[in-house]
Design a protein around this ligand. Structure first.
Ligand code: SAM
Length: 485
């Protein structure tokens, strides 16, 4: 999905003592006792969740989270290199740090995709950095931290060839109701534009029995919405004796007592099968939302991108989703200006928007990435042309979204309230189709499920009013009581 800068809220209210396993006090070395950390996360949901696990690992060692790098003894940047701009962001952050912390009293680490891509070069470009660690080496993080804490100044975790997933009992989650869970790491596709296989390593799936045990544990901890993550989430394969298919896994998670919502991203069209739609149809807890990146509407461009499907084959998958008895919302990712893309190719992408009528798109100008097949082609579309195409695409999609959202006026939806905007007196909820719905509310409603009637619609969000004012003694539908599935 779209990559945005996300800053992990290092929630200083959570003290290390609260991260316990089975009631046992955690390891806390004298060397780190009382020390603080700050993590800034760039990029996708998988990075956000990795940072939650890194934060948990640090807290299990006695570190305490703080909200700014100025207060922190240890500063980590968890980075994204999906596009050049994203990769450059971390170096600009490191530049700021260099000026701010000249005396070298802080430990600075670069994690994630830029770490993997640039490797030890980072120490040359930013000598204030002591740790460079790619996501495929996170299982070694406690060991690497020990080396840094012992005073080593060029510690690396850069091995890519691993069969392990980053499994840890320590995860400091940022959202108390919605939990991320990685089910598959790495990527074995070789899309011509994409750097992920080179930064996250080969595909490796977690066994279903461990995934299901994690779901039960999350429910016990009060989570009602689970978001399954993977670069290609539907390429997941079960190494447990049960050998569940991806669709069967979805069904089993949805049937877990206490789970009210399940989402999954990102699906690849090549592995998208009708049984996934059937599972959504028969399990209300599976959200009516599918993110299915198309990248381009032109079969020629798709072939050069090495995506493994044509426009027509993609549209067959869309037909299968649209035939469902549930109105499933569809979103996608699109790249404009890929190598060799012509105006005619781009127009094919524009007509695809009309053919599918997406509820949301994440769109990007093509950015050449190192070590990809695309890096060997000519980046033939000028930057300003890419910019014009992107603006045209986004404006067209804006109209489609406005029309689709306006068609929902008067309908009622259940939302999970995410946040509250005090200035506007508005609660902000999400429907199962992942639409944002704002309505007059109160801060105490955060984390509750409520029925809301749509009274207004814009291209990116809806507004409404409570439609279940009289239900329950306090007017709430409580999230932890029942599973409608
Ligand atoms: N693994 C997912 C897949 O293959 O569909 C994509 C994950 S990527 C984090 C999110 C999106 O970034 C991609 O779907 C694509 O649209 C975009 N993207 C990836 N590489 C890009 C590049 N070199 N230039 C521009 N956009 C890119």
């Amino acid at each position: 999905m779209g990559s945005d800068l996300v800053q992990i809220n290092t929630s200083p209210n959570v003290q290390p003592e609260e991260v316990r396993v089975g009631g046992e006090p955690l390891f806390s070395d004298d060397a780190v006792r009382g020390k603080t950390f700050y993590i800034e996360t760039f990029g996708c949901a998988m990075n956000v969740h990795d940072s939650e696990k890194v934060a948990g690992t640090l807290m299990s060692r006695g570190y305490r989270p703080v909200e700014t790098h100025q207060e922190a003894d240890l500063i980590f940047y968890n980075t994204c290199s999906i596009r050049e701009k994203a990769a450059e962001k971390v170096f600009s952050r490191l530049g700021v740090l260099k000026k701010a912390h000249r005396n070298g009293s802080k430990i600075i680490g670069v994690l994630g995709c830029v770490a993997q891509q640039e490797g030890e070069e980072i120490f040359e470009r930013a000598p204030q950095v002591s740790l460079v660690c790619g996501s495929a080496s996170y299982t070694r993080l406690p060991d690497l931290l020990e080396q840094v804490e012992a005073g080593n100044r060029r510690v690396t975790g850069l091995e890519l060839d691993t069969e392990d997933c980053f499994e840890t009992e320590f995860t400091r989650r940022d959202n108390p109701f919605r939990a991320y869970m990685t089910i598959i790491e790495g990527c074995d596709q070789r899309c011509a534009f994409c750097v992920v296989p080179m930064t996250r390593g080969p595909e490796r799936s977690r066994p279903s029995e461990r995934i299901l045990a994690d779901c039960r544990r999350l429910v016990d901890e009060g989570y009602t919405e689970i978001q399954l993550l993977g670069q290609i989430v539907n390429a997941w394969q079960d190494s447990s004796p049960e050998r569940l298919s991806f669709a069967e896994l979805l069904a089993r998670i949805a049937e877990t007592r206490g789970v009210r919502r399940v989402r999954f991203a990102t699906s690849h069209p090549r592995y998208f099968t009708p049984d996934i739609v059937e599972a959504i149809e028969s399990h209300p807890a599976l959200c009516d939302q599918i993110h299915l990146p198309v990248q381009s509407g032109s079969t020629d461009v798709l072939a050069r991108m090495l995506r493994g499907y044509s426009r027509e084959q993609y549209l067959e998958k869309i037909d299968c989703i649209r035939r469902s008895r549930r109105a499933i919302s569809i979103s996608t990712d699109i790249i404009v200006g890929f190598c060799g893309e012509t105006r005619q190719d781009f127009e094919q992408t524009m007509t695809l928007l009309d053919a599918v009528e997406y509820d949301q798109i994440f769109s990007f100008k093509y950015s050449v990435r190192p070590n990809t097949a695309g890096a060997g082609y000519e980046d033939s579309v000028p930057e300003d042309e890419k910019g014009r195409w992107l603006a045209e695409l986004q404006e067209h999609q804006r109209q489609i979204q406005l029309r689709r959202n306006q068609a929902l006026l008067g309908q009622e939806f259940e939302v999970l309230v995410d946040s509250y905007q005090p200035r506007l007196g508005q609660a902000v909820g999400r429907t199962t189709s992942n639409r944002v719905l704002n309505f007059p509310g109160a801060a105490e409603w955060i984390g509750h499920y409520m029925k809301v009637r749509v009274t207004g619609a814009g291209p990116n969000s809806l507004v409404g009013v409570r439609a279940d004012q009289n239900t329950g003694a306090d007017g709430f539908t409580h999230p932890r009581i029942s599973n409608p599935a």
